[in-house]
Design a protein around this ligand. Structure first.
Ligand code: ZN
Length: 240
């Protein structure tokens, strides 16, 4: 923990917080996040700060739960709130990647088989084109375990960010994944279609036939996410 108080980067546009809350609930609605896992955004006014919910199930996160952290993942104004143990994943991803403004850590179910077998995970469908290169797998034992396979400090978070490199996704062996993007809507798209592509790839592998992956010259990220965002948000925020 820091010795002196960390100054806040200031208030954030309510619409952006609203999107962060929606992101958490959308990914829970689609079972990408379970009772754990989290979504964050970089603070728009200060690249050395990020915003993440207090420790709470993603399906229940609301605007009042959002806390501010520095990139070492110290809270700016904790006020007794319980924090996610694995928040170091976020701080170190923002530190390593100036192009990244939104981060998801999930236990997305179909990550596990790919993370423990060495079976390559890559895009087989157009909409998952962001994974045109093979997704790297992070081995926590390379840096040392503290609490099982959980990321509990900046050393482990930094090592994970190094494995991520300049890509959009890293698998975490026996645990889940790290997904990053330039903005909140795109990180939701990526976290969701990482899971969908993994399920589809597992089905394709079960056919025991050669697989044609998306080629680099076929890769194209969706240009607009407004339509998908509108429907995902309306589904996930029902009853909120
Ligand atoms: Zn985790």
């Amino acid at each position: 923990m820091a010795d002196s108080p960390i100054p806040s980067a200031g208030p954030v546009d309510a619409a952006l917080i609203d999107d962060l809350v929606a992101a958490s609930r959308i990914l829970a609605h689609h079972r990408v996040l379970d009772a754990w896992g989290h979504v964050s955004i970089r603070h728009p006014a200060n690249p050395e700060r990020y915003l993440l919910s207090r420790a709470r199930a993603p399906a229940l996160v609301s605007a009042e739960d959002i806390m501010e952290f520095d990139l070492d993942s110290n809270p700016v104004d904790q006020r007794g709130r319980r924090m996610f143990l694995e928040r170091f994943i976020h701080g170190q991803a923002y530190r390593a990647r100036p192009d990244v403004n939104a981060v998801v850590h999930s236990h997305s179910p179909t990550m596990i088989p790919f993370s423990v077998t060495g079976e390559p995970m890559k895009a087989i469908s157009h909409i998952a084109s962001f994974m045109v290169k093979e997704v790297p797998v992070w081995e926590i034992r390379d840096v040392g375990i503290t609490q099982g396979l959980l990321v509990t400090n900046n050393t482990q978070g930094h090592s994970l960010a190094k494995t991520l490199g300049d890509g959009p996704v890293a698998l975490m062996r026996g645990h889940g994944n790290l997904v990053v993007a330039p903005d909140i809507r795109r990180v939701v798209h990526r976290a969701l279609y990482t899971e969908v592509n993994a399920q589809q790839l597992a089905t394709a592998l079960s056919f025991r036939r050669p697989i044609t992956f998306v080629a680099p010259d076929e890769s194209q990220d969706p240009k607009r996410l407004d339509d998908s965002w509108e429907v995902w948000k309306s589904e996930a925020m029902k009853g909120a």
